[in-house]
Ligand binder design. Structure first.
Ligand SMILES: Cc1cc2nc3c(=O)[nH]c(=O)nc-3n(C[C@H](O)[C@H](O)[C@H](O)COP(=O)(O)OP(=O)(O)OC[C@H]3O[C@@H](n4cnc5c(N)ncnc54)[C@H](O)[C@@H]3O)c2cc1C
Length: 472
């Protein structure tokens, strides 16, 4: 076989798979030897944007990736430290002619990429970097005037209509030579974190594929009907797999298309709505790409400088699921117990945080990032800004969800609530649909609501209105 290069490094980042991996496949075709590399970051104990749940999942994914690479004559090389330093060392050790990697959607990752490209140029090493985190890169989905969209619906129409790439074929061999040393695969101890045994989800590419195919075969047809009911296992549960690149969007899309061909018209509808959710993910990547300032400030300029309250003891009540609002507490406890929270409940707890407690969405955003296994900067920021009423295609500020009526609508029998708030296991579900009318806690050891939703709703309306008027 004729190769263009003797030696190439594949720098793994958030694409921890070997299947349908376009850039790794190119590396395998262009290089006589490919060195797959993962660099572990050096932070310890605490990180504003991640925590034990996600890192535990990452450890499992790396172990699985190492095993998978062995099946294609590859060997995962782990290095600890700063990306730039470790890449420089690896380039020298392997005498690499070329460095391959998938472009990162996050501003921090992009900054590192910039420095890496400069370094490679100085060292005379070629760089092959491509977008592959989503089906369409942000610059593929633009308005007729070649502008980025600011609103989801027209974005999604354009996204749905665009032709999609087919999966790439299996990689046969990476031919990684044995002489380059690797640090051990990480455990949580590397970051000084303790496991909280949160997730029951298995990491790694094979488990992710099984999760997705099982969901597609058994649930996605009914997605439209059931996705908003948190007590049901009605969604696909693949967000952490997409976050870590265990699944490729090309393969997912191809499987969805085949399922669609065989589906009844009702199921076709469910599949269509599911596809639109995947488009939300890509919409938020596009927003972060074109408007990276959303990480610091409100997407909608009119809401910058809103006077949020200083956090007090109510913040801890929210974090620990002790607010006295059963649906909010169930969601926050599900998050602590599993590193996951149902989408409907994410909206409820985030709106409660910003509209009932009047706290700055950035604080809630960071708490989610620390605990979610699927913590994804773009979607998390998008979801928080949507809920706060400050984001792209946001719920307008005057549309404030009432946690009591949301419960009556989406968890009428309190099945989800009772699962996560054991103190309420024997309480009649109608008690979860309104604040206690007699002013007494609905169960022993369960707190009274920490605020009055109706009063706080009015306060939010007044705060937003005043701010709006001041902008004129
Ligand atoms: C406040 C808030 C914070 C959020 N933070 C995150 C986050 O950190 N990471 C994350 O992946 N999602 C986040 N979401 C979106 C959504 O809650 C999760 O993607 C979803 O709950 C994951 O479960 P699932 O895989 O079963 O989703 P499904 O319902 O099966 O949807 C399939 C996939 O579509 C994508 N998707 C679905 N809904 C959304 C959405 N509203 N926005 C963006 N993508 C979506 C996800 O990739 C998801 O895996 C957040 C939503 C809110 C309201």
């Amino acid at each position: 076989m004729n190769f263009s290069y003797k030696s190439g490094i594949y720098w793994y980042r958030r694409d921890l798979r070997i299947g349908d991996h376009k850039i790794l496949k190119t590396a395998s075709q262009q290089c006589a030897a490919v060195f797959p590399l993962y660099i572990l970051t050096a932070w310890k104990q605490q990180h504003q944007w991640t925590g034990a749940n996600r890192q535990q999942f990452l450890c499992e994914c790396l172990a699985s990736l190492a095993a998978n690479l062995n099946t294609i004559e590859g060997r995962l090389i782990i290095r600890h430290g700063n990306a730039l330093d470790e890449l420089r060392k690896m380039i020298i050790e392997t005498q690499a002619d070329v460095l391959y990697f998938q472009l990162d959607p996050d501003p921090h990752g992009k900054l590192i990429e910039k420095a890496v490209k400069v370094m490679c140029e100085e060292m005379g090493v070629k760089v092959h970097a491509e977008h592959d985190v989503s089906l369409h890169s942000p610059d593929e989905i633009l308005t007729g005037g070649a502008q980025p969209y600011r609103v989801y619906t027209p974005y999604s129409k354009n996204w749905l209509a665009k032709p999609k790439d087919l999966p790439v074929t299996k990689i046969s061999s990476l031919r990684t030579p044995p002489h380059i040393s690797s640090d051990p695969l990480p455990t949580l101890a590397w970051w000084g974190l303790k496991p909280n045994n949160a997730t029951t989800l298995e990491g790694g590419e094979k488990a992710a594929r099984q999760r997705f195919h099982h969901a597609l075969a058994s649930r996605i047809g009914e997605y439209q009907k059931c996705r908003d009911i948190p007590a049901l296992n009605a969604t696909s549960r693949i967000s952490q797999d997409l976050r870590h690149g265990l699944l490729s969007l090309r393969s997912i899309y191809a499987s969805i298309q085949s399922a669609n061909e065989a589906a009844s018209s009702e199921h076709k509808n469910g599949i269509h709505i599911y596809l639109k959710e995947l488009a939300w993910r890509e919409f938020y990547f596009a927003i972060l790409h074109y408007y990276p300032e959303v990480l610091e400030s409100e997407f909608s300029p009119q809401w910058r400088g809103l006077p949020w309250d200083q956090p007090d003891e109510k913040l801890v009540a929210w974090q620990l699921g002790r607010t006295g609002f059963p649906i909010v507490d169930a969601g926050m406890r599900e998050l602590l117990a599993t590193g996951h929270m149902h989408n409907r409940v994410r909206m409820i707890v985030a709106m409660f945080f910003t509209k009932d407690l009047h706290y700055d969405w950035r604080i809630g955003e960071s708490w989610f990032m620390q605990h979610l296994i699927d913590g994804e900067i773009a979607s998390n920021n998008g979801g928080w800004q949507w809920s706060a009423g400050t984001g792209a295609d946001a719920a307008p500020y005057f549309r404030i969800q009432n946690p009591w009526s949301q419960t009556a609508r989406f968890d009428p029998q309190g099945i989800y609530i009772k699962r996560w708030v054991p103190e309420l296991a024997n309480i009649s579900a109608d008690k979860f649909h309104q604040a206690p009318i007699d002013g007494r806690p609905i169960a022993t050891d369960y707190p009274l609501p920490i605020c009055d939703h109706n009063r706080e709703r009015l306060r939010t309306l007044a705060l937003f209105k005043k701010h709006k008027d001041q902008q004129r």
